[in-house]
Design a protein around this ligand. Structure first.
Ligand code: SAM
Length: 294
């Protein structure tokens, strides 16, 4: 008797149900992404080949990927890639997977630029603190063709991914990657920036161990742990950024919704910022605090 041959469509249907049963988030999408990865196809191509029978080794390889996902390994690490701002970024152990809400930082910078007189937007200088995979820096450089971006990062492992992504998206000439603590690497350059943007580590140390295992066990702690109440970097950035901003330059920081109130208090105590506002993410929770240096 010959063994049963799965078609792409059948395997997707069965696997999506199985993943759902196991409580995996976005089960259908996960099954599609992993099968596309195994077969070396774009996800949409699966639908054009729904009735195509699969080889035993293809099914076995796919099962192995499903097994990894069931152990909580993030799909983005299994694929080695994550979409951000409609671009693919190389990711893997050692670098934070860019999150959709972080696109807000990019959106808000572009909004400010579009609302400024053209003469003020010709040679924009942007500093990103804690660039990780380089997603924000690359998205900004791609969106603002005459901007120069300096992006710092403490972790050499993360910086390796950022370098790969900057190269892959063809912006190496305008995205300057530097290793070190926050703005220390740019201090010797004596540059003042039109924008300082950051998605710093902002998970409170007190709750770090309660993070979902896909985050806690796989993503780097240095990218997530923001110290007491998660405010260590947010505080340092609000206090220190004025030195690096031109008058009228903007500071934008991503943080957790509960931190935004405290951040606004801190901003008003500095007496160097105006136009403070909070921006909501796609789930209608405050996610970004933005302020202008006077
Ligand atoms: C929340 S992640 C953000 C990564 C990326 N910008 C993004 O949005 O996907 C914070 C990043 O800051 C980096 N980092 C942590 N401490 C830092 C420091 N003192 N100076 C510079 N970067 C730091 C981490 O390694 C991590 O890549």
């Amino acid at each position: 008797m010959t063994a049963r041959r799965w078609t792409i469509g059948e395997l997707l249907n069965v696997s999506a149900l199985y993943l759902k049963d196991k409580g995996v988030e976005s089960p259908r999408l996960t099954a599609e992404l992993l099968l596309a990865l195994k077969l070396g196809l774009e996800r949409v191509a699966l639908y054009l080949r729904f009735d195509q029978p699969l080889q035993d080794e293809e099914v076995a390889g796919f099962r192995e990927l499903i097994r990894r996902r069931l152990l909580a390994e993030p799909v983005a690490y299994i694929r080695g890639e994550k979409e951000f701002w409609s671009m693919a970024f190389k990711v893997g152990p050692g670098v934070l997977i860019p999150r959709p809400e972080t696109e807000l930082l990019v959106e808000q910078v572009l909004d400010v630029v579009r609302g400024s007189p053209e003469s003020a937007t010709e040679h924009i200088r942007i500093l990103e603190l804690g660039t990780g995979s380089g997603a924000v820096a690359v998205a900004l450089a791609k969106s603002l063709s005459s901007a120069q971006v300096w992006a710092t990062e403490i972790s050499s492992e993360a910086l390796g991914y950022a370098e790969a992504n900057v190269g892959r998206h063809g912006v190496a000439e305008r995205v300057h990657l530097l290793q070190g603590d926050l703005w220390e690497p740019v201090r010797p350059l004596g540059i003042r920036f039109d924008f300082v943007v950051s998605n710093p580590p902002y998970v409170a140390s007190e709750v770090y161990d309660t993070l979902p295992s896909g985050v806690h066990d796989y993503e780097p702690r240095v990218a997530l742990d923001g110290g007491e109440r998660g405010m260590h970097f947010v505080t340092r950035i609000i206090e220190g950024a004025p030195e690096f901003l031109v008058p009228g330059g903007w500071l934008l920081i991503e943080m957790s919704p509960e931190q935004t109130e405290t951040a606004l208090d801190l901003v008003s105590r500095q007496k160097v910022y105006d136009s403070a506002r909070r921006v909501e993410d796609y789930t209608h929770r405050y996610r970004v605090v933005m302020v202008r240096r006077m």
